[in-house]
Design a protein around this ligand. Sequence first.
Ligand code: NAD
Length: 254
Amino acid sequence: MEFEGKAAIITGAGMGMGKAIAVAFAEEGASIAVVDINIGAGQETVKTIQDKGGQAIFIQADVSNASNAQQVATDTVNAFERIDVLVNNAGIQHYGSVIETTEEEWDQVLGVNLKSIFLCSKYCIPEIQKQGSGSVINIASVQGFASQQRVCPYSASKGGAISLTRNMAIDFAKDSIRVNCVCPGSIDTPLLRAAAELTDNSQQAIEEWADAHVLKRIGQPEEVAQVVLFLASNKASFVTGAAYVVDGGLITQL
Ligand SMILES: NC(=O)c1ccc[n+]([C@@H]2O[C@H](COP(=O)([O-])OP(=O)(O)OC[C@H]3O[C@@H](n4cnc5c(N)ncnc54)[C@H](O)[C@@H]3O)[C@@H](O)[C@H]2O)c1
């Protein structure tokens, strides 16, 4: 198993993509720190991993909060004595133009989607450095490259995540820590389902979103998880600073 003896932190692992990523790492032998603001969802992911024979702990944290992020690193080291992989996945959506979005909403989205990457990396990378090598993977979005109506703070946060990934890749190459990001298209998660519910006809909205992808469907969380697993593995030993688009061809066509 690729990650036997390694410890991986997955933020926002209570549901959606984060849960699929956590389960995928556990199936490859990693010990998992399941980090989420939602206690019930996080504990459910831990149970799913343990039921499959894997090892996992739950850490409740708001990853946009500095002391919570520091606690994530401390609790993981206390439990597993190491950190090898950090997946900054937690994210929230908000709809509004610049005019419609309040300062509080801007701060909240930028806090959870971008500042959390800064904070969790700040406190976890020193522990990864102690291992002599490791990997950080940030979950950005195709919305870091292209935008749509009324997603002002979200698209800004995802563009920032892609830029921050490049900076971190450069800063930590000397420590053999590779830093990459993954940019998903529409993926079938509670976040996407909630977005569909905001439309007049949620089923029709999902069908329209599926149609916009070259592959004519939305993706599954497990399909993103496999790319994250690859980027963290030795198979991706020459990949750093990359933004991996996992979008069924969504942004390849005009
Ligand atoms: N679903 C998509 O179509 C899609 C597309 C592109 C990018 N993304 C990105 O992928 C990531 C995961 O999205 P998802 O669709 O699985 O979302 P989701 O809403 O289904 O799950 C997100 C998880 O993050 C947790 N979370 C939210 N705020 C948190 C905080 N402050 N601290 C800790 N945990 C927190 C939630 O409790 C939840 O368990 C996000 O960064 C999102 O922006 C999603």
